[in-house]
Write a protein that binds this ligand. Structure first.
Ligand code: SAH
Length: 220
């Protein structure tokens, strides 16, 4: 952990314990998800000026018009993935952002393949995750519409930005028995969906209304 974050780091376990209590009250039940979120410093994924607010239950800016997802949403999406898939050896994440969700996943699944379209954000995420020294995360600077075909199929796919409709390539790159958790819809009317690929097709379930940044095309 960098010197600059040490001060807050020492007090943040207590803050994180409060966060976990709140997540449990909000309906998160998976013990492993709660443990990993208790033990992962969230403030190191944010700019210094915002790190004191890191454990509030809100999305916060990470630059480039993007936000780190609120703790509840990270917990809910991770829990849905864990509870629905048999064996999460390979998980594709679209929207690395600041890297927090990737760091949570890396502690719960075999390997995380994380795609981000904004190069500067990807670089920041690598620095943050580097502080925690996880080795099981691979990064791709690219457009998530294409997934990451070199490593497909994936046992799990978690999407952190909302497309109007589920990109076809992501459906194709899901293994049979695999689970995708993805927000869809236009801003103000998004719904979090869970898709399970079966031998004969895809089963869809609507989970809850959500607010995500839009899923954009191309790279920058
Ligand atoms: N999981 C992130 C959330 C970041 S916000 C975190 O923990 O911080 C969503 C991210 O999705 C943004 O960084 C945005 O640039 C990225 N994104 C949006 N559309 C994308 C696309 N088509 N391909 C890859 N990344 C995309």
């Amino acid at each position: 952990m960098s010197i600059s974050h040490q001060g807050i780091g020492m007090t943040s376990l207590r803050t994180r314990e409060r966060m976990i209590k709140r997540l449990a009250e909000q309906g998160i039940t998976n013990k492993r998800v709660l443990e990993v979120m208790r033990d992962t410093p969230r403030h190191i994924f944010m700019d210094e000026a915002l790190s004191s607010r890191a454990y509030e239950d809100t999305a916060l800016p990470i630059g480039y018009n993007q936000t780190i997802s609120q703790p509840y949403i990270v917990a809910r999406m991770t829990e849905e993935l864990l509870d629905s898939a048999r064996n999460l050896k390979k998980v594709l994440e679209i929207g690395t952002g600041c890297g927090y969700q990737a760091a949570i996943l890396a502690q719960l699944v075999g390997h995380v393949y994380s795609v981000e379209r904004i190069l500067s954000l990807q670089k920041k995420a690598k620095l943050h995750i580097g502080e925690l020294a996880f080795r099981n995360i691979s990064y791709l600077h690219g457009d998530g519409h294409l997934g990451w075909s070199n490593y497909a199929p994936f046992d799990g796919i978690l999407v952190s930005a909302a497309p109007a409709e589920i990109p076809v390539m992501l459906l194709k790159q899901l293994s049979i028995g695999g689970v995708m958790v993805i927000p869809t819809g236009s801003s103000g009317m998004q719904v979090l969906q869970k898709i399970i690929r079966t031998p004969s097709g895809y089963e869809k379930e609507n989970l809850e209304a959500v607010t995500f940044v839009p899923f954009l095309s191309g790279t920058e």
